[in-house]
Design a protein around this ligand. Structure first.
Ligand SMILES: [Zn+2]
Length: 328
């Protein structure tokens, strides 16, 4: 019989939902001030809200580790039902002013329903979530506004996409600059120094050994610093796999036109000093070769376990067309 020791050590006052892509894992903190950390993908917003209500009643506060589509997709629905949304700077300000780059939604071609940020978060801020106090730890790298959440009494650390049990978050060197990997590495060191008893990552299982997970993530992040081309490739693979998951695959004949029209691919090609056409072809070949993507019934699919998304759910406007954020 096998079990996961760390899962047994989860305090009874928090509820953890490990979810396959395209949803980030979701943490619920029931209590006086029910709070939800990350809200999954827009196509599953109804299930996210129903799950939170079933376990905690009405959610008072949503906290986002960062603004990627798999973390903020339920924000709009929960906000319509009365929750306030808290997010790290500088992403909070960008959401408020409706910056077209919000959530990298258009850049990555990942839909996000319009939401506003009520509570901008900065380093060291203390938040009451459920019945416990958590500290905001700025952890930029994977995105500029990425944050971790630290519960000092229980020594729990919510790490978002900064690391998982098997990997480290991809970095966007085109969008966030050449120092993106160095920034991510510094954030990982700072989080590791907290010496958490338990880390809660946004993807995959809770690591059985937090110190070992950090050691692996630090080695992997150092490699991204040392090999910028490798970092660009890593990002491209993650972005493309996600695109295939939320679309239930892409018809074979549409794959090249789809890729050639993507800003992230054009930028990656520029950084790698190849044409977008060459990069698109290499990306598909490499990922087919590694088994990360598969051709099935004339469509290219992501191989990793993922939950289907209803096509209609993808039809939300890009942030440049979001209605203005009204003060609440
Ligand atoms: Zn992310």
């Amino acid at each position: 019989m096998s079990h996961q020791p760390s899962a047994l050590a989860l305090p009874s006052w928090l509820t953890w939902w490990q979810r396959p892509f395209p949803d980030a894992n979701t943490l619920l903190l029931p209590g006086q001030r029910p709070a939800l950390v990350d809200t999954g993908f827009v196509g599953h917003a109804d299930e996210t809200a129903a799950w939170a209500r079933a376990h905690a009643g009405t959610v008072d506060l949503v906290v986002n580790t960062h603004w990627h589509s798999d973390h903020v997709g339920g924000n709009a629905l929960l906000q319509a039902r009365g929750a306030a949304v808290a997010a790290g700077t500088p992403e909070a300000e960008a959401i408020t002013r409706r910056d077209p780059g919000c959530c990298a939604a258009e850049y990555l071609d990942q839909p996000v329903a319009p939401y506003t940020v009520d509570v901008p978060l900065d380093d060291g801020q203390v938040l009451r979530l459920g019945d416990a106090d958590w500290e905001v730890v700025r952890a930029p790298g994977h995105t500029p506004g990425h944050l971790a959440l630290w519960q000092p009494e229980e020594r729990l650390l919510v790490v978002g996409d900064a690391l998982s049990d098997y990997d480290v978050g991809w970095v966007n060197l085109a969008l966030d600059g050449p120092d993106g990997a160095t920034t991510a590495l510094a954030s990982l060191k700072r989080m590791a120094d907290l010496d958490p008893r338990l880390i809660l990552p946004s993807h995959g299982p809770i690591p059985a050994d937090p110190a070992a997970a950090f050691a692996a993530a630090l080695r992997r992040a150092q490699r991204l610093v040392d090999d910028p081309a490798g970092a660009v490739w890593y990002g491209a693979r993650r972005i493309f796999a996600f695109a295939l998951m939320i679309r239930d695959g892409i018809p074979a004949e549409e794959v090249d036109p789809y890729l050639h029209a993507r800003a992230w691919l054009t930028d990656a090609a520029r950084l790698l000093n190849v044409t977008p056409e060459v990069l698109a072809a290499e990306l598909v070949t490499t990922m087919l070769g590694s088994g990360a993507i598969v051709m099935r019934d004339g469509r290219l699919h992501a191989a990793a376990d993922h939950t289907p998304v209803a096509r209609a759910a993808l039809r939300v406007p890009y942030p440049r067309a979001w209605p203005a954020a009204e003060p609440r």
